[in-house]
Design a protein. Sequence first.
Lengths: 353, 221
Amino acid sequence: MIELRSVSKVFGARSGSLPVRALDGVDVSVSPGEIFGVIGPSGAGKSTLIRVVNLLERPTTGRVLVGGTDITELTGAALRAARRGIGMIFQHFNLVSSRTAFGNVALPLELIGTPAEAIRRKVGDLLDLVGLSDKRDRYPVELSGGQKQRVGVARALATDPRVLLCDEATSALDPETTRAILRLLSDINQRLGLTILLITHEMSVVTEICRQVAVMEAGRIIERGPVLDVFVRPKTTTARALVKAATGGDPPDGLMRRLVPQPVPGGGVVVRMVFRGTLADQPVISQLSRRFATDINLLHGRLDAIDDASYGVLVAEITGPPSGIQATIAFLHSNRLDVEILGYVAPSLRAAG
Amino acid sequence: MSPQVFALLVDSTLETLVMVGISGTVATLLGLPLGLVLAVTGRGELLQCLAFNRVAGLVINATRSTPFIILVVAIIPFTRLVAGTSIGTRAAIVPLIVAATPFIARVVEAAVREVDRGLTEAALAMGATPLQIIVKVLLPEALSAIILGLTLAAVSLIGYSAMVGAVGGGGLGDLGIRYGYQRFLPDVMAAVVVVLIVLVQLVQSGGEWIAARVNKRVIRS
């Protein structure tokens, strides 16, 4: 539905200042009906990426296909027609303050000369859809942030687009309102079969509604895949940092500082295990202790679900005879668990802890 | 104050109102579109056209930096061409328009530039044409600020109109100079000042009232 093919965008190439490469050969492919998230720290180029899709920014090189049409070849009326098929919502809502909720949702319809009666009906339906029927005559200043974004969503849907772009749409909202807006987006995605491309700097937004995610840094996509994979097993430092920010961090810093890179005689090993799907329901830990005569000390853990699939992350210290430790790790691997050795600790850790 | 002087005061007030009213209206008709065009042709704006923007800006600055009394005298040939005469109230309206148009253009430009860029972006994303964006988004959003700017222009025009007595323009300023100052009639001078104060107050309050009514960015109780 949306395809970016080696898209690059360079800013400031003409003026004397140093050019900035906001997008650097980016490829993205979003299937119809999918909710696709792009995540990255600020300055990574996410905003440019989403604005390239409806040509608010024209890419320096590369092609942008929406519904099979290369929109980089369009100008004038053809481009405006294509934009009507691509709805967009914004971080700061961008509502017209001199128009009521009704007037804002009606605006895109007025632009294409829709008759007043048809506008009245359509806007009524849309305000119903986003749950704002009772606010139709309110001006934006009289609405809360969440209500404003609902108006934004209704406005974006007015011309029956097949694609919805969400530019940090929940970043100005509190966590509860964010969840409500995400539920609304997920709802219209299912009801209308809308393809949604959203950018955010919050991992929680991605895990809440996206199926596929791409991680951006310095104008490039450095990691991509199903949300569960990227979230559970982030490969890059940036992705790891984003996951960490979303989950309140990996093991406590105090523990991480005491880790050493080499095994310590008589000491233990600290591992990070990731359980996925049904494995999370098995009594893995007690099996280990019984079979290999090792002690397993849980240091940090989390159980959660993404996309209805449960997963767990555990950080544990394993102590015991070296052969037992090795056998334990081999056993974990054989059970197709992800095991990552974070480091080794001296025996004193247990005494201290 | 004698009845004759009172009649003069009434006549002069009417002359001032006519001069300010006509020049203000014409200058708004010219300055509003000019200001809009200036706002949207600037760097990075909707219809960027730097060549036009620079030239228009230069002309506007030149006009605005000329002291009004010098402008009045300097454009006498132009005034004669337009008004058919260079003396009297009709002639005075021409330099008032020439002075007020660039002022209004700048005020409108500033008001339109203040509109959040995100709104232009949202309208572009909806598939709006530049003209639709100007008419449906920029103008309504800037309206309150534009009205305040026009109010400011009207007040300035009342002040300027007092100077056109130099070309026999008549009006309150002329009355004050000729009767109040040159003929030593302090009561006439005082009356002129009072009428001017009342005029300016009325214009200012009226403008603010309208601007507040069209401004939907604050909740009115």
